[in-house]
Design a protein around this ligand. Structure first.
Ligand code: FAD
Ligand code: NAI
Length: 467
């Protein structure tokens, strides 16, 4: 069988590209080295982490908030095996859903490790030792990423773990050290902090979630400290030593020689992910990578070899599932002769802690650096009736608008349900709305979304109504 297009990797980039290619009439194949489809996101990323975030938040709310709501509970306890089982069920249903979509769209699925023989031939090495060969006109590489695990940290998957293993622990640990105050460290740190684990986060930079707006970092850190999490900012881990049961983590102050060590049951390494191109045979076709190991692509996501494209975590840009999906759709539509476009500035970024953090567009630091004149409006959730009703008063919304034109340039939210609320900001920014436009749109009362309108009122002549 010769295919119009073959996709290597079935994560959100790959499987969405496959569906769109099939919708556009291309004979499509997809190769996946693992038994289930869905990639990092569905198997060991977005979906299982959100399942555990939800379960742990229920427990935490029952523990900390129910009494104030007038609900009495006795003998509350965590059933970790059940929590993990529910997570596994969610993952299975979601992966099965992707398998169904492949069938529905008549996409041929090949299980095995794909590698280039030449630009039009991919070999698939199966688990049983056999190989199969696929002939194809075009190829889309969507092989994703893997956690970065420096040798000095002695990653052993047992006590020194990454997010993958942290999603399957059988018991709630007493103590956990997390290396990296980025999104994985804080999401999974929240899961275990809520379940009762003492969490210490070691972050090299001077703030957590350093890629996001500085006010988001401050608000989130305040909330996570209340949850009991401890932070060592401007510190680095030099080594992780395995002990009889647990680990000893050696920490050094970033700007001095001061060191100390922390003993814990687990050390979670969450310092970023690297593009995954192992044994892909890129050298057989001469595909170039950049200095960070990412496959180099042009604005059409085409590699230096015509007809071979790459998308998602394996190329430059933010490592997010919805970014990978957009890129999958873009390449499929390009192959069909259409003229699609992605506005990378409008890809939202969300951290699923509680309060949630969500942002889109430019941060205040980026606007300063680019010399763009801007004004800012902020509104705290504690001034919102809806937030007081649910006792979710932590956080704020900040709107950054152009000083002269009033166009919204960035929206940064920390608070309840901001992961969903950011969609309004994305839509409005896509249509180049001004802060005044939002200030004049009715928002249902009482809802959390009123905070967005109030922040826009604050950004336009400082006229927030409830502050
Ligand atoms: P992947 O999802 O990594 O898929 C690549 C696939 O290719 C894998 O299945 C792999 O087995 C396969 N593959 C690799 N090489 C070969 C080969 N040679 N042959 C055959 N198959 C191969 N993003 C969000 O947007 N929201 C979130 O909430 C979120 N949460 C996350 C939580 C965690 C714990 C982690 C680790 C990540 C999270 N992410 C989240 C990031 C998200 O998972 C990735 O950005 C996304 O999965 C990237 O999609 P992809 O298609 O590029 O690659
Ligand atoms: P990250 O890049 O978000 O954070 C890594 C953090 O580790 C940074 O703050 C960095 O300064 C710090 N760091 C790096 N080296 C260090 C060292 N040696 N010592 C101490 N700190 C160090 O990476 P993370 O959290 O591993 O996540 C990987 C990617 O997965 C993210 O970039 C994100 O794109 C994706 N992801 C997205 C989620 C979401 O959208 N909600 C959830 C989880 C992951």
């Amino acid at each position: 069988m010769k295919y119009d297009v073959t996709i290597i990797g079935s994560g959100p980039g790959g499987y969405v590209a496959a569906i769109r290619c099939a919708q556009l009439g291309m004979k499509t194949a997809i190769i996946e080295r693992y038994p289930t489809l869905g990639g990092t996101c569905l198997n060991v990323g977005c979906i299982p982490s959100k399942a555990l975030l939800d379960s742990s938040e229920h427990y935490h709310a029952a523990h900390e908030k129910f009494e104030s709501h007038g609900i009495k509970l006795k003998d509350l306890e965590v059933d970790m095996p059940q929590m993990i089982k529910r997570k596994d069920d969610v993952v299975q249903q979601t992966c099965d859903g992707v398998a169904f979509l492949m069938k529905k769209n008549k996409i041929d699925v090949f299980h095995g490790h794909g590698s280039f023989v030449d630009a039009h031939k991919i070999s698939v090495a199966k688990d049983d030792g056999s190989t199969e060969s696929i002939e194809t006109d075009k190829v889309i590489i969507a092989t994703g990423s893997k956690p970065i695990t420096p040798e000095a940290f002695n990653y052993d998957k047992k006590r020194v773990i990454t997010s993958t293993e942290a999603l399957t622990l059988k018991k709630v640990p007493k103590r956990m050290v997390i290396i990296g105050g980025g999104v994985i460290g804080l999401e999974l740190g929240s899961v275990y902090a809520r379940l009762g684990t003492e969490i210490e986060v070691v972050e090299f930079l001077d703030r957590i979630i350093p890629g996001m707006d500085v006010d988001c970092s401050k608000e989130l850190m305040r909330a996570l400290k209340k949850l009991g999490m401890k932070f060592h900012l401007k510190h680095k881990v030099t080594t992780v030593k395995k002990k009889r049961s647990g680990v000893s983590v050696e920490v050094q102050k970033r700007d001095s020689e001061d060191t100390f060590s922390i003993d814990a049951d687990y050390c979670l390494v969450a310092i970023g992910r690297r593009p995954y191109t192992d044994n892909l045979g890129l050298e057989n076709v001469g595909i170039e990578k950049d200095d960070r190991g990412r496959i180099q692509v042009n604005n059409h996501l085409e590699t230096n070899v015509p007809g071979i494209y790459a998308i998602g975590d394996v190329v430059k840009g933010i490592m997010l599932a919805h970014k990978a999906e957009e890129e999958g759709v873009l390449v499929a539509e390009l192959l069909a002769g259409q003229q699609p476009h992605i506005d990378y500035n409008l890809i939202p970024n969300v951290v699923y802690t509680w309060p949630e953090v969500a942002s889109v567009g430019q941060t205040e630091d980026q606007l300063k650096e680019a010399g763009v004149p801007y004004k800012s409006g902020k509104f705290p959730f504690k001034a919102l009736g809806r937030a007081r009703a649910s006792m979710d008063t932590e956080g704020m919304i900040k709107v950054l608008a152009h000083k002269d034109t009033d166009e919204i340039l960035g929206v940064h939210m920390v608070g309840p349900r901001t992961a969903d609320m950011i969609a309004e900001a994305v839509a409005l920014m896509e249509f180049r709305a001004s802060a005044e436009d939002v200030a004049r749109m009715s928002h249902a009362h009482p809802t959390y979304t009123e905070a967005f309108r109030e922040a826009c009122l604050a950004a336009t002549e400082n006229r927030a109504l409830h502050m």
